[in-house]
Design a protein around this ligand. Structure first.
Ligand code: ASP
Length: 418
């Protein structure tokens, strides 16, 4: 019964994605109509779509806090926790560096910027925000006021505080039983809330996609087609060859099963372009469908959604090659190595919300002296790539989580293979 219901939701999200995209494209090409514009595109679709994102966002902070507290309390000893943490971080950083290398390679095969006549591409006004320095980013992990971190949703600070809290709960044991139980029960409530909110996912996804496609700038697509093809190809390589290969090598599990079961989460990430909002759905799917224990995923998924952005790093790698080509700048090995290093750092600094990858791209461009104004050329078509790279970002987190869970005997293989 339970299984039947789940398959129903997956299919519904998938149908919603396709139907939404079709509706959006039809509306885009349909003659200008005030009723459709005001009541549907900017009315119903906007309210329902964004209402759904807000519902998911509403879950994030309380869910992350409770589940990390419970997760680290369950792991208990700091040694195991440290081992999980170090492995996860290592995996995240290495896959990101690999992702940039894949991007540079693919971009040098497709040569997206060769032959692009920049006068044909409408340049979008660039107002790139400042990205913060490395030392600030590190210091920022320690909250000066944990309540403020919760109120503002500062993910790394919440993770830091929740980990400490969990470890101390485990250490004090029976003396703090009431508080431990409170977090455990609140955690169950948040998981139930996630399940309920996910029931409306197909409607939310339909509205989000329909509106996005109805308002996309399709005219820019043609001159930018090669750039888009390069980003999408590199994303495909990372997702289907690198991730699934790593999953097979490290766990011996069937990677096709992974993709099939994870597809609705990818669809959700695609329609929202927000890694952060995907956290509850990822944890839930990994637990119920793949058998990944929450004591691992509750820590690795929010961490990944905050610092592990392989898809974003891929866009940045391709953007570097593209911009260098349209400006006629030749890049060599030293520049590429710098790009791999800075894009990996930029990925850590990119927040899991729409469009931030473009802001941190300025840091990558500056590191090798590329004109930051080049970002203006790719801005116009970034939304569709943002959606796709977000799906890859969260898939990387889930693959790492499954591998780390397997290494820590926190993976129910029977459930995974079901
Ligand atoms: N939208 C991406 C995410 O949330 C971040 C980005 O690349 O802009 O994962």
């Amino acid at each position: 019964m339970e299984k039947k219901k789940k398959i129903g939701l997956t299919t519904k999200i998938f149908i919603a994605l396709i139907a939404g995209a079709l509706t959006g494209v039809i509306l885009y090409f349909a003659p200008e109509n005030k009723v459709i514009n005001d009541y549907f595109i900017n009315g119903l679709f906007y309210i329902v779509g964004n209402g759904f994102i807000r519902l998911m966002q509403m879950l994030v902070v309380p869910l992350v806090l409770c589940s990390i507290v419970c997760g680290s309390a369950a792991i208990g000893d700091t040694k195991t926790l440290g081992k999980v943490g170090v492995r996860t971080l290592l995996f995240y950083v290495l896959t990101t560096a690999l992702a940039v290398a894949v991007a540079i390679l693919v971009a040098n095969i497709i040569n997206p910027g060769v032959g692009v006549n920049i006068t044909n591409v409408e340049q979008v006004e660039t107002t790139i925000g400042e990205s913060s320095s490395f030392s600030e980013t590190i210091l920022d992990i320690i909250p000066t006021n944990p309540l403020e971190s919760l109120a503002t949703g500062s993910m790394l600070q919440i993770i830091f505080f929740a980990l400490l809290l969990g470890v101390i709960l485990a250490k004090l044991g029976e003396r703090v039983e009431t508080v431990t139980n409170f977090f455990a029960q609140f955690n169950s409530i948040m998981m139930e809330m996630t399940t309920i909110v996910m029931q409306v996912a197909p409607i939310g996804v339909f509205c989000l996609i329909a509106r996005t496609f109805a308002t996309l700038g399709f005219d820019m697509f043609i001159p930018m087609l090669k750039y888009m093809a390069a980003v999408l190809s590199a994303l495909g390589v990372q997702c289907f060859i690198v991730y699934l290969g790593l999953l097979k090598v490290f766990t011996g599990l069937n990677p096709i099963k992974f993709i099939k079961k994870f597809l609705p989460v990818m669809g959700f990430a695609f329609s929202t372009a927000t890694s952060n909002a995907t956290i509850p759905m990822s944890i839930d799917t990994l637990e119920k469908e793949m058998g990944v224990a929450k004591r691992i995923s509750s820590f690795t998924i929010p961490l990944g959604a905050t610092i592990n952005m392989d898809g974003t790093a891929i866009m940045q790698g391709v953007a570097v090659v593209f911009t260098a080509q349209i400006f006629g700048i030749t890049l060599g090995m030293p520049e590429y190595i710098t790009v791999i290093a800075t894009a990996t750092l930029a990925s850590i600094g990119t927040a899991g919300v729409p469009g931030v990858g473009l802001i941190t791209l300025s840091m990558v461009f500056s590191s090798i002296g590329l004109p930051v104004a080049g970002i203006g050329y790719i801005m116009g078509i970034d939304r569709i790539l943002d959606m796709t790279r977000t799906a890859v970002n969260i898939t990387g987190d889930a693959v790492c989580t499954t591998i780390v869970a397997n290494q820590n005997k926190a993976l129910d293989k029977e459930k995974y293979n079901k």
